[in-house]
Ligand binder design. Structure first.
Ligand code: PLP
Length: 455
């Protein structure tokens, strides 16, 4: 077996890591951590350190690690047929079955699923389909996409533009001109502390209306949003937000894309976040939870309304010029079928709802009154703790204070992984759905210790 020092050296010499401070890593200021195996909610590194992964990788290993049913489905598929493409009507038993399983679970007005590999390329597909749709409808000027500050939709050219986080724009010449941003539904960070939730929602609506009036509704094609903001800080919307936003979109004939890469397939305790919040999207983006990350696979689920226009488009223009070599990859599809079966068989979505509520409630009881905790919020198996300099005066930390990373490090030192969200002052949790109440207790108790270590 290779020595860890050797791996660490090769890593620094050869491996370009995503979302990483490259210079610090090259200088050895961040560790190379080689994960060797995993089971349930725990991962294990090469030194035998066992860590409770309370972020399910990147909120994706929803059914938990080490599921033999999925591993076997992948192995069987690889032995029988590792690859064939999906162009011009080709498929495999797994890809066709999975498309049916997805549509069976999706809201009734959805029609078809286009398969990709990850959330970014699925959102890239969505934007292309929306542009195609408006061109076929004879309104080529209706192309801009509205996204929200703090939204996360990927890191490609269009999807990095849709993402409303400065880090993903800075020095990349993003956002592209066709993407415009509106307010995040982030009630805790409202500028006017006296504002009620209803007033805040009305303000979000007014600023969306202003943006639409400024740009012209006839130039705006779609609005994209995560049912619950994820990477932007795990922020559930205030009551009534989605109803109010959808009313505006309908009025201006603007499509709605629900980016359910995190919320799809159960993270909120319901199959989709859209239905949880009464959204009626025209397109739903799915990825992570579709296979629980056992293999890369994503999808764009399109509604009947979109599908009819796409069909008309190909009658007029020939085959749709959009395809990936790995669309509906058989191994990803086999993983998806096995994963969705497991979610049903083990009742894991219901567990996500009940243990997620328990995690949020115990976190609230343990830390809700802490002078440096501004808010504890969550929905289903998502929970965030936001730290503040001063609770009463609502004075916030700066990203440079690195409070989130310090607390995440103190938590890791006790064997639990939480995620310091990119804002620097939020600690996020998104455990696998199989988390037990005892494991939730451990996460909370060790978070309390971590917080008390840092403050
Ligand atoms: N959309 C959302 C809501 C996400 O959270 C992510 C990734 O975290 C993406 C899209 C991008 O997915 P991927 O990293 O698979 O490209």
């Amino acid at each position: 077996m290779l020595h860890n020092d050797q791996l660490s050296q090769w890593d620094r010499e050869n491996f370009f890591h995503p979302s990483t401070h490259l210079a610090q890593h090259a200088r050895g200021e961040t560790a190379t951590r080689i994960i060797r195996t995993a089971s349930g909610c725990h991962i294990e590194d090469r030194e035998g350190n066992k860590l409770l992964d309370a972020f399910a990788g990147l909120y994706c290993v929803n059914v938990g690690y080490g599921r033999q049913e999925i591993a076997e489905a992948i192995a069987d598929q690889a032995r029988e047929l590792a690859y064939y493409h999906a162009y011009v009507g080709h498929g495999t038993e797994a890809s066709v079955t999975l498309s049916k399983m997805i549509l069976d679970r999706a809201p009734d007005h959805m029609s078809k699923v286009y398969f990709g590999l990850g959330g970014s390329d699925a959102n890239e597909t969505n934007v292309k389909l929306i542009w195609y749709y408006n061109n076929i409808l004879g309104r080529p000027e209706k192309k801009k996409i509205i996204s929200r500050w703090r939204g996360y939709h990927g890191s490609g050219l269009v999807t990095g533009s849709l993402t409303g986080l400065e880090l993903f724009h800075k020095k990349f010449d993003l956002p592209l001109a066709q993407v415009i941003h509106t307010d995040a539904p982030y009630y805790f960070r409202r500028t006017d502390a006296a504002q009620s939730e209803d007033q805040f929602v009305a303000q979000c609506v007014a600023s969306l209306e202003e943006l639409i009036a400024r740009e012209g509704a006839d130039t705006i094609a779609a609005f994209i949003g995560e049912p619950v903001l994820g990477t932007g800080g795990i922020v559930p919307p205030p009551a009534g937000y989605w109803d109010a936003i959808q009313a505006v979109l309908r009025k201006h004939d603007i499509l709605l894309v629900a980016d359910e890469v995190v919320t799809g397939f159960g993270r909120l305790g319901t199959m989709f976040g859209s239905t949880h919040y009464g959204m009626t999207p025209d397109i739903i983006t799915i990825a992570k939870g579709l296979t629980s990350a056992y293999a890369p696979l994503s999808g764009s689920i399109v509604s009947d309304k979109i599908w009819k226009v796409l069909e008309q488009g190909t009658d007029e223009n020939g085959p749709i010029g959009h395809g990936w070599t790995y669309s509906a990859h058989p191994i990803g599809a086999a993983a998806g079928v096995a994963n969705l079966k497991l979610l049903d068989d083990l009742n894991l979505i219901s567990n996500a709802g009940s243990v997620g509520a328990y995690l949020n409630q115990t976190m609230q009881e343990a830390l809700g009154d802490h002078p440096h905790v501004g808010e504890i919020r969550g929905e289903g198996m998502l929970c965030a703790v936001e730290f503040v300099k001063d609770r009463d005066s609502r004075t916030f930390f700066d990203a440079n204070d690195k409070i989130g990373p310090q607390i995440a490090a103190a938590l890791l030192a006790q064997g639990v992984i939480g995620r310091a969200m990119p804002q620097g002052d939020i600690l996020g949790f998104a455990p696998p759905f199989c988390l037990t109440k005892a494991e939730a207790d451990e996460v909370v108790a060790k978070t309390v210790t971590a917080v008390n270590t840092v403050f």
